[in-house]
Ligand binder design. Sequence first.
Ligand code: NAI
Length: 446
Amino acid sequence: MTDKYTQLVNQGLGRNLAKKLGLPQPAFLRRYQPGQPLITGPVLVQGSTPGADSLAAELLAWDLDVRRHAVPRERLGAIILVLDDVVTPEDLAGPVLVVAASLRDLGPGGRVITVSRPASDTADPAAAAARQGVDGFLRSLAKELRRGATGNGVLLAPDVAPTSPSSLAAMRFFLSGRSAFVDGQFITVTGTGSDPQDTPDRPLAGRTAVVTGAARGIGAEIARTLHRDGATLVLVDVPAAGDRLAAVANEVRGTALQLDITTPGAGQRIIDHAVQRHGGLDVVIHNAGITRDKLLANMDEAKWNSVININIAAQLRINEALLASDHFRTAPRIVSLASTSGIAGNRGQTNYAASKGGVMGMVRATAPLIAAYGGTINAVAPGFIETDMTARIPVALRELGRRANSLQQGGQPIDVAEAIAFLASGAAGGINGQVLRVCGQNLVGA
Ligand code: NAI
């Protein structure tokens, strides 16, 4: 769906008018295109720890133009702030103020990325204060950035180095246009992760991925993105969407499985299909989902139950079958669709928010179970995404929903798909049990 306002304020007259009237000025976002450079312009790596030195060396090996000191008035592609050794809140001042001096040089679509340790991993009050301070700092800074620039953070568990494969994978994701609509978020890396076969442009080569609800919307875009990244696809949707499902399956040269995911035995049907047609399965994306919005006072049993059944209960049953199957054992990946409604709540969506909150709980508790097979399970929580679903929202509410985030626009289905493709990749193997928001730093919710 086109956002005419964004187009208008990016043209001469509209730009001046929006500026004069103090109206939102959403920028065109820098999105990933295969073959294009990871980021344009020098990357300033700020910080004097051994972690900062080794990270800078890695980024040089990616052929990035790395600076250890800012050159005045040089336009920057990204600023990386390594704060992996802060032990008191006072430690933040030095590096943060150096970044402050360089901020005006950050180019359009630029990136600020912090690298630090989770506050929950220390018992020392001063260290916890410093670490949690990075959280508040980054989230505030992200709200100050303009021209499509974003701010995000990588959090490293105690034994994880800034140059571990999954730390670098998170860094690459945040630097690239794949994270265009991810803003003000942290990714926690709890394991080193490894996958020497991973190539940045085709990270899913040789993997078979199942996408539910793939006949349209975000699901169809996930299918296209995983195909672009090299995966072989099994696409699942209800029989009533069979024609559209077949069209998407043809487009991505995958196979279609007409199946209502709430059917008893759905998990086994998916496994059987993937094994018979493709020799196994490695990645499952739980995307199928519905809304049946009503204020709780007007909620009936059918509306409540259908949302819970499709959005979470079916996923739990399918996961149970997957975890019991010998065909889902090679570094398996599950990614499930949550929603910012499940985090912040949304009027008229008690059933939907309960189901999406449920997805996040399920992901957290399943993480150690799938880790036993070298696998991961994570959730992606989209905010306002331009789809048929959001096109049906009344115009004033829709406009409000679109602008109420730091990037002042709705995300595109591709933005959600990129986050999912990243979490499904081998290099993200050290990221488990997380919820990654793709919401442009929605102004509501944590
Ligand atoms: P959509 O309504 O356009 O597509 C959902 C697909 O799931 C449809 O093709 C539908 O036929 C399929 N489906 C529904 N019930 C099914 C079942 N029982 N078995 C198999 N397939 C079934 O939805 P959209 O907007 O593409 O959303 C996809 C996911 O993203 C959903 O889980 C949704 O809750 C989530 N999401 C969407 C947001 C948005 O702004 N569009 C925001 C936050 C989350």
